[in-house]
Design a protein around this ligand. Structure first.
Ligand code: PBG
Length: 322
């Protein structure tokens, strides 16, 4: 046996492995998703997402401050309003839960980047992401409401708008509305490639946003399609998106890689609630090493090409990675 090439030479010690490691996670990569609800002193556990909570604004500020201290630079906020109606009017109300939350976090927490999720499903009584007529989600009338939501979030102080509702033309509509209101400096992180996924289950418990009839397959993408993802992303690039998101993350690593290779905008990937819940659940049962699997999943998402990762593990892991 005369082996000249021995890859194991570079795996012998942790110091050597660290030297040749290609992908390193950092808290700078993470965006921490948080759910904000009405009330005071509320920290309501979300059953299917251990470690995540519905937070009232005062608690949200505390959680954001603590996350900032742990090295997190960005949060994405989801509002859970008390009042829902057919038009999702609390999504774009000046004193809506999300708008008040954005103001409070921007006022109290220095140097935190606040990303606002721009969608209607948490605010509509039917739970769909747009305006309904005869059980159909109408595209163009929904755009007006999404654009209004974006402007109200920017007025409240949001640093980045992240539209997630998958209506055709949403980036163009939101860009025009933001520019018209003097917010030409506010970037759009488009959920460009968002699949109709079973992995969103726990989020819908957290945000109380389960559709009351039908499902989201008429606007979110078919999990079977990859070429279509590139068409979706290309449209958003043409319309002025500043960043592209792929969602969910781990089951769609091929899509993250394809978007990374085709476009040079920053690519974000969302490790969604179901991905988080599965790791937490198996960890709790003692079937996997939770922290190790979480780190391995996030490393894989970054290795596939994501620059930014939205993850409910953000705060937990930031301290470990710092
Ligand atoms: C809003 C939205 C959803 C998620 C992020 N933004 C829910 C959905 O589309 O049903 C899911 C995030 C997660 O599962 O963690 N449309």
């Amino acid at each position: 046996m005369n082996l000249i090439r021995r890859p194991r030479r570079l795996r012998r010690t942790e110091s050597i492995r660290a030297l040749v490691r290609e992908t390193k996670l950092s808290p700078d990569d993470f965006v921490y998703p948080l759910f904000v609800c009405e009330g005071e002193g509320v920290r309501r556990a979300i059953g299917s997402m251990p470690g995540c909570f519905n937070l009232s604004i005062d608690e949200l500020v505390k959680e954001t401050e603590a996350a900032r201290r742990d090295g997190i630079r960005a949060v994405i906020l989801f509002g859970v309003p008390d009042e829902k109606d057919a038009a999702g009017s609390q999504a774009y109300a000046e004193d809506g839960i999300t708008q008040r939350a954005i103001r409070a976090v921007k006022r109290e927490v220095k140097e935190i980047v606040v990303i606002a999720d721009d969608c209607l499903c948490e605010y509509t009584d039917h739970g769909h992401c747009g305006v309904i007529k005869d059980c159909e989600v109408l595209n163009d009338p929904s755009l007006d409401l999404l654009a209004r939501t974006a402007v109200s979030q920017a007025e409240a102080g949001a640093d980045i708008i992240a539209p997630s509702n998958m209506m055709d033309g949403f980036v163009e509509a939101i860009r025009a509305a933001l520019d018209g209101a003097g917010f030409e400096q506010i970037p759009i992180m488009s959920y460009a490639v968002k699949y109709a996924s079973g992995f969103y289950g726990p989020f819908r418990e957290a945000a109380q946003s389960t559709p009351q009839f039908g499902d989201r397959r008429g606007y979110q993408m078919d999990p079977a399609n990859a070429r279509e993802a590139l068409r979706e992303a290309a449209l958003d690039v043409e319309q002025g998106a500043d960043m592209l998101m792929v969602k969910p993350a781990l089951p769609y690593l091929d899509i993250i890689r394809a978007v990374r290779e085709r476009f040079d905008l920053p690519v974000a990937a969302y490790q969604v609630s179901g991905e988080y819940a599965m790791i937490k659940a198996a960890g709790r049962l003692g079937w996997i090493d939770e922290e190790r699997v979480a780190l391995e999943s996030l490393t894989s998402i970054k290795r596939a090409g994501a620059d930014i990762i939205l993850t409910y593990f953000a705060r937990e892991l930031a301290a470990k990675l710092a």
